[in-house]
Design a protein. Structure first.
Length: 128
């Protein structure tokens, strides 16, 4: 009995979904707590305004930059890095067996942020 193209496509999709690695199903963002002294500084994640301190901001698991700004103070820039997370490690192990889970390593879910708390002591701008 010959299978229809729809059945073949369904089977291919089922195989990809069950073997593509857990990284596609892992959260793509994590929260980072940002505190400043003094409080009330504006917080930007990758140049997008997120709120004023103290606050918790969502950030892609692939990392990025956090900038804090407050009138009368020098702006501060922090780079938040990433590390291979548990799901990414599982994808590597699965790749050895099935090859397909390697696709999950291109997903943000394969990584975890290196920092989850940022505390900033703001410096007053120098007077001219």
């Amino acid at each position: 009995m010959k299978k229809s193209p729809v059945a073949n496509a369904f089977m291919a999709a089922l195989v990809l979904l069950t073997t593509n690695g857990c990284s596609f199903f892992a959260p793509k963002t994590e929260e980072v707590a940002v505190n400043t002294e003094p409080s009330g500084a504006e917080v930007y994640v990758n140049n997008s305004f997120q709120g004023t301190t103290p606050c918790r901001v969502p950030m892609s698991c692939k990392g990025g930059t956090i900038t804090v700004k407050k009138a009368g103070y020098d702006p501060q820039l922090y780079t938040v890095g990433k590390s291979l997370g548990t799901c990414g490690i599982m994808d590597i192990v699965g790749t050895v067996i099935f090859l397909v889970p390697a696709i999950g390593l291109f997903s943000a879910g394969a990584y975890t942020l290196d920092e989850h708390n940022i505390n900033v002591s703001m410096s007053k701008k120098a007077e001219n």
